[in-house]
Design a protein. Structure first.
Length: 93
């Protein structure tokens, strides 16, 4: 009986974990640079805390109209854009 109880608890915890993870995975891995958090921005290749902060400050003044606009942010070179162009969006899909 104790074994069934432990299995039930483990199953419940697993399902609870999946219920939080699946919505994140459903977004298809794209990052909206107009709405992304700092934590999301630093997942882009070549983007650390400083550049993530600059992206957030830039978009407050001027929202990004195209993914390529990220190059206008100080410290974001063409190389960084090229490494992430498949992931960057400016409108939610």
């Amino acid at each position: 009986m104790k074994k069934i109880h432990k299995i039930s608890i483990a199953l419940f915890i697993s399902l609870l974990f999946l219920s939080f993870c699946l919505p994140v995975m459903a977004v298809s891995g794209k990052i909206n640079i107009n709405t992304a958090t700092k934590e999301e921005l630093v997942t882009l290749k070549g983007v650390g805390d400083i550049i993530a902060d600059r992206i957030i400050e830039y978009r407050k003044a001027t929202p990004f109209e195209t993914p390529e606009d990220i190059i206008k942010v100080k410290g974001v070179a063409q190389k960084i854009f090229d490494a992430n162009k498949e992931l960057i969006i400016v409108k939610d899909e």
